[in-house]
Design a protein around this ligand. Structure first.
Ligand code: R5P
Length: 340
């Protein structure tokens, strides 16, 4: 069967824990196929200079290869910022380009800056700039997860984008774990997440409600008020969002739902960033019985021991999904079935 160049995987430092899981999943896929090759991450060095500059050096030949570079932009366990990690990624992509890779795919489950995808006043459309930086560094394709706004796919001039969905993995978990005791209502914590919530409610054959969140955009992460459209009285609620950042949206939505008579509340998200005060805030909300669990994915790596320490947090792995998509792209097979 025809394929692209040899499948080659690299990791930027913050993406390494996730990349190792992807490689493990890829090796599980190939042991079941006629191709018996085993994958490892190529040897690279990410060098940080005292003045803040970053350089990536690739220590192995990848001329003519189909290269996948894995990076997690938001790395809560390190001091590196999203901007540091984007630059590390740009240098890695360009190092692969200069090393004469045939095609380069940036694998970034978190498309950071995705919430700056349109302007409301005198401000930049930074999600579009990120798309341009990725392309000008040499990326031919980007694979991401639960993109905040699908319109971002159109921000690239040349590179293709695959927007994967954590929904199948998360829904399977919800069905298996039996986290609810009453009839379920699915909701999103704001109007922007209503379409996603409707999709989950359809898949789980449940009722659906909308929380309308009004933000004060002059203040960072500040929410003005919330109201509910729908009925949750006496029911369990599944709150679905693409990301949890400071946890403010989720805690406010949970408070409102409890006021309206909700019983058990479980939150699901693809990207559990838990930035700033999130962990303390969520622990407090959990202690106050505002929710009974948050289910997220390993597209954000919180470091060893995080899950054991925070009993309110449950994690599912999307590494097998990324591995299968990478495999199918390299083998020129369809990925559309995997995106549903
Ligand atoms: C907003 O549009 C997003 O989908 C999330 O609801 C939001 O970014 C979560 O942020 P935080 O946890 O800081 O309230």
């Amino acid at each position: 069967m025809s394929s692209r160049g040899a499948m080659t995987l690299l990791a930027c430092e913050s993406g390494r824990p996730f990349a190792e899981r992807v490689v493990e999943s890829l090796n599980n896929i190939v042991t079941q196929s006629v191709y018996k090759e085993q994958f490892t991450l190529k040897d690279t060095n990410e060098i940080w200079f005292p003045n803040g500059e970053i350089k990536t050096v690739i220590n192995e030949n990848l001329r003519g290869d189909d290269v996948y570079i894995i990076q997690l932009l938001d790395d809560p366990k390190s001091k590196k910022t999203i901007n540091d990690n984007y630059f590390a990624l740009f240098t890695a992509i360009n190092a692969a380009y200069q090393s004469d890779a045939d095609s380069i795919t940036a694998v970034i489950p978190q498309f950071a800056y995705s919430r700056q995808e349109r302007k409301k006043t005198r401000e930049g459309i930074t999600a579009k700039q990120i798309a341009m930086f990725l392309e000008s560094s040499g990326a031919d394709r980007v694979i991401t997860l639960d993109l905040h706004s699908e319109a971002i796919q159109g921000f690239f001039n040349r590179a293709k984008m695959e927007d994967l969905h954590a929904s199948r993995t998360l829904i399977n978990f919800i069905k298996k774990e039996k986290l609810f005791t009453n009839p379920i209502v699915v909701t999103g914590p704001d109007v922007g997440s209503a379409e996603r919530a409707r999709f989950y409610s359809k898949k789980l054959s449940t009722e659906f409600a909308v929380v309308d969140k009004v933000r004060d955009y002059s203040k960072i992460s500040e929410i003005e008020s919330m109201r509910l459209v729908g009925d949750v009285d006496g029911k369990d609620v599944l709150i679905v969002d693409d990301m949890i950042s400071t946890g403010g949206t989720l805690v406010n939505a949970a408070k409102l739902l409890k006021e309206k008579g909700a019983q058990k509340i479980v939150a699901l998200c693809a990207l559990p960033f838990f930035n700033g005060p999130a962990v303390e805030r969520l622990q407090k909300a959990y202690d106050e019985k505002l929710f009974s669990a948050i289910v997220g994915t390993d597209a954000v790596f919180h470091g060893e021991g995080f899950i054991e320490k925070n009993s309110w947090y449950r994690e599912v792995s999307v590494a097998p999904l990324f591995a299968q998509v990478i495999y199918n792209i390299n083998r020129k097979r369809s990925v559309s079935e995997l995106l549903r």
